[in-house]
Design a protein around this ligand. Structure first.
Ligand SMILES: [Mg+2]
Length: 297
């Protein structure tokens, strides 16, 4: 069944508690701040994507996953697989927010001997479950992990974040078939539909819409949501938690650079170069936007 969560809460579900939503909005704001701080260390990077998925990661790490921040290998943990390794900057920010990484360590981002390389590496970073980045592999790994967990009788769940660009990869759809075939309802895929990929707008590179209908045709329970609406995300994840019988996918429409007007309107947004003087402007705009939205609520 297809459900599109475009308003504050889906039919038949209760609106989440406002305090819970506000706390997650604050978490997303901090994640954006950490991403800007890391971006400034290198002067460039996948900043736009990090700002775009900050709301998703805030909800996932502060509200959805069961894990122990100081014991990242705890066998009972829910897994989060970053298929898009180049989004590592976003995950480091979320891991700092989640208490897995110290905030101070973010200053080493991308440096020699840092545990935080510019692309996600499982052997380097606590909480980084896989080395992503060769695109189209996260869902296949998630499927294998979920099968293994089921054989072990574990109740742990596997989440994987992939991009709309990864929907161009045949391996993604092979994994989608296998995952549905095995009825792996311990898998949740999250697709960041920011309508952009390295070679240009996703719609121009290779048409993947209608995305939700494609997942449904592959046997998945599919929900589409505004990925920058924290309340809608919470409601959607609450709904997915109760779903049984098939894997589930949350298709998230996000805005590149979300929260920082200067970066929302960049023409070259996939890999962003930001001038030295612009970082403070970006931080000021982030704070200003956050305050304005708070006041408006
Ligand atoms: Mg994309």
């Amino acid at each position: 069944m297809r459900t599109t969560v475009t308003s504050t809460h889906a039919p038949g579900t209760r609106a989440p508690n406002p305090q819970r939503v506000d706390a997650l909005r604050e978490a997303a704001h901090r994640i954006r701040g950490y991403a800007l701080d890391m971006g400034e260390v290198q002067g460039q990077g996948y900043i736009g994507q990090a700002l775009g998925v900050a709301d998703i990661l805030a909800v996932v790490y502060r509200d959805v996953l069961d894990f122990r921040p100081h014991d990242p290998h705890w066998p009972g943990r829910d897994r989060f697989l970053l298929s898009i390794g180049h989004y590592a900057i976003a995950l480091y920010a979320a891991l700092a927010e989640a208490g897995v990484l110290d905030v101070a360590e973010l200053a080493t981002y991308g440096g020699d001997d840092s545990r935080l390389p510019m692309s996600g590496m499982a052997t380097y970073t606590p909480g980084m479950e896989i080395s992503g980045g060769s695109l189209g592999h996260g869902l296949g790994i998630a499927t294998g992990m979920a099968l293994g967990l089921r054989h072990q009788g574990s109740t742990a769940r596997v989440h994987t974040l992939l991009s709309d660009g990864e929907l161009d990869e045949g391996s993604t759809w092979e994994a989608a078939l296998a995952c549905a075939h095995h009825g792996l309802d311990n898998v949740t895929a999250i697709v960041d539909v920011n309508a952009l990929q390295a070679d240009g707008p996703t719609g121009g590179v290779l048409r993947t819409e209608p995305v939700t209908a494609k997942w449904e045709a592959f046997g998945w329970h599919a929900v589409r949501v505004d990925g920058n609406d924290v309340e809608a995300l919470v409601t959607a994840f609450d709904g997915l938690r109760a779903h049984r019988g098939s894997p589930a996918v949350l298709v998230c429409d996000t805005r590149v650079g979300c929260g920082v007007p200067l970066l929302e309107n960049r023409e070259k947004a996939h890999f962003m170069r930001v001038e030295e003087h612009e970082w403070q402007i970006a931080r000021d705009q982030l704070t200003e936007r956050h305050r304005t939205e708070e006041t408006a609520r």
